[in-house]
Write a protein that binds this ligand. Structure first.
Ligand code: PLP
Length: 373
């Protein structure tokens, strides 16, 4: 389909192309010094002592959990409303994801719900900074400290987001970022673990490279999760652009919110003192207020060439995988997650949009809401 406005487009400039071509010409394509440089620069961004680059955000989550010693018999509290990788990586390390509900205002973990899920087997919490908005890390940190739990961050969608306690990625025991093509900065595929804990960083470095302590000496079970120099070259340039890219997202979000104020849509909010980086600009369509469903609105916009997306249409406990594992449905354990999954709609907010694109999106949303089909 030929969209008038697309939901996401990576921002790739001449500098990225030249950086990648330089790597290709150098002949050093696999893991090398550029990856270390990327790690150092990324650690500076989040203010941690260590950063470990890997092949994807999923790999970052998995290795972060393994490196922290999470495994068989452990329970890890995760939001019921997130991308599947947050929960699946808990399963992948042999532990049990336990689903807590979200706060509908911010779509992040509800600390009250987290408290209700704690058992003697609980070892950790993974807070997800969904859509680029940080979770309530202050309250979650207090809960983690009170109950002797590790607090992890899934910051896959939140590069550069900030809280009064500092940037995301350095607020817990360890964090995982993604550089997938749609993210605020990209390396095509890629991920990063950030932490202040030396043992976690060291273990993650071992695990990503077949646990090779010395040449062909393998001290534990590891596989290949190494980032390439091509990815790192791309990432270094993107990292230098991050502030400007996030500012563009925030500008677009601000304009959307201004133009959509007064409509019956529930617009995204920013917790006081926090900095949202709008990986997604997500509105909620409550049919009792709008008179149409989320899917009807999306369909009307599609017909006018405005691409939208639903992040995410099904809470994790309702995925066939989790039903087959015997998890109760979200209607019983996470009603806000179920409501969000039925009502959220992501509108285009990416940095390549021009002012008139944002104005067009808002105008078409209003037209669709006014009943024009
Ligand atoms: C919240 C969240 N966690 C984890 C991931 C996994 O990252 P990746 O796609 O790089 O494996 C993503 C991205 O897709 C995500 O949005």
């Amino acid at each position: 389909m030929d969209w008038a406005v697309r939901i996401c487009e990576p921002y790739i400039g001449v500098e990225e192309i030249e950086a990648v071509v330089r790597v290709l010409r150098s002949g050093w394509l696999a893991h090398g010094p550029l990856v270390e440089e990327f790690e150092e620069e990324f650690a500076k961004l989040v203010g941690t002592r260590y950063a470990v680059a890997v092949t994807s955000g999923t790999a970052a989550l998995e290795l972060m959990l393994r490196a922290a010693g999470i495994g068989e018999g452990d329970e890890v509290i995760v939001p019921a409303f997130t991308f599947i990788a947050t929960a699946n990586t808990v399963l992948a390390v042999g532990a049990r994801p336990v689903f807590a509900d979200i706060e509908l205002e911010y779509y992040t973990l509800d600390p009250e719900s987290v408290l209700e899920r704690i058992t003697p087997r609980t070892k950790a919490i993974i807070a997800v900074h969904l859509y680029g908005h940080p979770a309530d890390m202050k309250t979650l940190r207090e809960i983690a400290e009170d109950h002797n739990l590790l607090l992890f961050e899934d910051a896959a969608q939140a590069h550069g987001a900030e809280t009064p306690e500092g940037p995301v990625g350095g607020l817990g025991y360890a964090a995982a970022f993604s550089f997938y093509a749609t993210k605020n900065i990209t390396t095509g595929e890629g991920g990063m673990i950030t932490t202040n804990v030396e043992e976690v960083a060291e273990k993650a470095r071992l695990l990503r490279n077949h646990c090779q302590a010395e040449k062909y000496l393998h001290v534990c079970l590891g596989l290949n999760y190494r980032m390439t120099s091509i990815q790192a070259a791309l990432g270094l340039v993107q990292l230098r652009r991050l502030r400007r890219l996030n500012e563009a997202r925030r500008r677009n979000a601000e304009l959307l919110s201004k133009l959509l104020a007064g409509t019956p849509l529930i617009l995204p909010r920013e917790r006081p003192g926090y900095r949202h980086v709008y990986h997604q600009y997500v509105v909620r369509v409550d049919p009792e207020k709008t008179g149409i469903t989320r899917d009807e609105l999306a369909e009307r916009l599609r017909r006018r060439g405005i691409q939208t997306a639903v992040h995410y249409p099904r809470p994790i406990p309702d995925q066939p995988l989790y039903r087959s594992l015997g998890y109760p449905s979200s209607s019983r354990i996470a009603p806000n997650s179920l409501k969000a999954s039925r009502q959220v709609l992501s509108l285009p907010v990416h940095p390549r949009l021009r002012r008139r694109d944002v104005e067009l999106v808002a105008a078409e949303v209003k037209r669709a809401l006014s009943g024009e089909v």
